[in-house]
Design a protein around this ligand. Sequence first.
Ligand SMILES: Nc1ncnc2c1ncn2[C@@H]1O[C@H](COP(=O)(O)OP(=O)(O)OP(=O)(O)O)[C@@H](O)[C@H]1O
Length: 121
Amino acid sequence: MRGRRSFRESFQNAAAGFRYCLATQRNMKVHLAAAVLVLLLSVGIGLSRLEFALVFFAIGLVLVAEMLNTAVEKTVDIYVDTYHPGARLAKHIAAGAVLVAAANAAITGLIVFLPHFRVLW
Ligand SMILES: Nc1ncnc2c1ncn2[C@@H]1O[C@H](COP(=O)(O)OP(=O)(O)OP(=O)(O)O)[C@@H](O)[C@H]1O
């Protein structure tokens, strides 16, 4: 019973973290809006299961990177309230992770979607 309650609490905490990122991070809203559009397009053009999985994975990676970036920013801000080159570097590295994930999503999107649109040209 206790184990079940703690799992529920863990899930609620995780959901609260997701909602916090969505409510406070402009980039998270942009990523999620783009994700919804891409998923609608994926359904619309009838991607295969494997293509859909690739798209879904790329989207998930971007959202996870954005959330970890936010966690790094929050953690740094707890310990550093003045200018510090290490704090700057930590935040830049975390933001770089989002950039890598977004570039991966863009390239995955090109690889998956281009062949479907080529028939229209
Ligand atoms: N304590 C600090 N010391 C030095 N530079 C800092 C510090 N805090 C923030 N910075 C610099 O300011 C930038 C923005 O930091 P901030 O915490 O406002 O993130 P943000 O604007 O929310 O980032 P993002 O656009 O990724 O959401 C960092 O990338 C870093 O260059």
